[in-house]
Write a protein that binds this ligand. Structure first.
Ligand code: 13P
Ligand code: SF4
Length: 311
């Protein structure tokens, strides 16, 4: 199946992009693997005719906005994102109207309609830098991830107003699981994504985007153990970068003693909807195609371009 996918991608001048949270076998057939920022940057510069975005819907939408002349495919059109779903454009419009002096900063995990209402988009790779690009006294609205927003407020000394949204995967990591792993492996470095709540970040050594956490592993080959508090799909590339290291994924809050060791509660089921079967089918059928309404895309493009120019 992998050979068929690669042959079809070549024949159709298609580029296969995958997020670090995808299943290992999907990462293996991809031309490019990255975090949400890198996927957008790569989409912007590709000369392929077709982009197959193995990720979730907002990632394919961002590629479609950036590449209106290309066909953007997603292996499963129902692969959504709980964080993006936690902020509807109509609700954001009300919040924005209540704060007419504020600039609106939206995380990339949002619908195209939400991006179209925003002044600038950020990802976890560039959020600190972009927030800091605003004068300290500029009033800011930040959404939808309240944990990332609180983390940025703490790092920058700002008082951004935060949307009360979150990611169901990062919100449910168990502090007990993290603390017991730390007790069992006292020299392990704790790597956490800033979508995790503060009670997880308080016990973490390195906080960053999926790419930043991977780079930390690549640059610290002297470390032999890592505790990972983000979607465990990222461990595939970490292990490849540092084969002798041991990576301990933190379990989810709802992991009962009987499910201990079962990782399904801490995976993103939407990312896992990308399979070799539907990557192949989408290349064969050139469907499902992700499109964005032209007027929404036009308004969403400016805040995405602002982000890319600051990244
Ligand atoms: P990254 O920007 O680190 O890729 O994160 C995207 C995401 O969806 C995390 O849950
Ligand atoms: Fe969305 Fe969370 Fe999945 Fe990331 S891990 S794609 S934020 S649901």
């Amino acid at each position: 199946m992998k050979e068929q996918i690669r042959a079809l991608a070549k024949a159709k001048n298609a580029v296969i992009m995958a997020h670090y949270y995808c299943r290992p076998e999907v990462q293996e057939v991809a031309d490019f693997i990255g975090d949400s920022l890198a996927l957008a940057q790569q989409a912007q510069k590709t000369d392929a005719d077709i982009i197959v975005m193995c990720g979730v819907h907002f990632m394919a939408e961002t590629a479609a906005i950036l590449c209106p002349d290309k066909k953007v495919l997603i292996p499963d059109a129902t692969a959504g994102c709980s964080l993006a779903d936690s902020c509807r454009a109509a609700d954001l419009a009300v919040w924005k109207a209540q704060h007419p002096q504020h600039k609106v900063i939206s995380y990339v995990n949002t619908s195209a309609e939400v991006k179209a209402l925003s002044d600038i988009v950020v990802t976890s790779s560039n959020a600190l830098k972009i927030v800091n690009s605003f004068p300290q006294d500029t009033p800011l609205l930040f959404g939808p991830d309240c944990h990332l927003g609180a983390y940025i407020n703490a790092q920058t000394g700002r008082t951004m107003e935060l949307w009360n949204g979150g990611c169901h995967v990062h919100s449910r990591f168990s502090v007990d699981s993290l603390l017991s792993l730390k007790r069992e492996h006292p020299t392990a470095v704790v790597l956490a994504h800033p979508e995790c709540p503060q009670n997880i970040l308080d016990h973490s050594d390195v906080i960053g985007s999926t790419a930043a956490l991977l780079h930390y592993v690549q640059n610290h080959l002297e470390q032999s153990e890592f505790i990972v508090v983000t979607e465990p799909g990222v461990i595939y590339k970490m292990q490849e970068a540092h084969p002798s290291a041991v990576f301990y994924p933190v379990l989810a809050n709802d992991s009962t003693p009987s499910s201990k060791g079962c990782l399904s509660c801490n995976t993103c089921e939407y990312m896992r909807q990308n399979t070799l079967q539907n990557v192949l089918a989408c290349l064969q059928n050139e469907q499902p195609v992700v499109t964005v309404d032209a007027s929404v895309a036009q308004r969403a493009l400016l805040p995405i371009h602002r982000m890319l120019s600051l990244s």
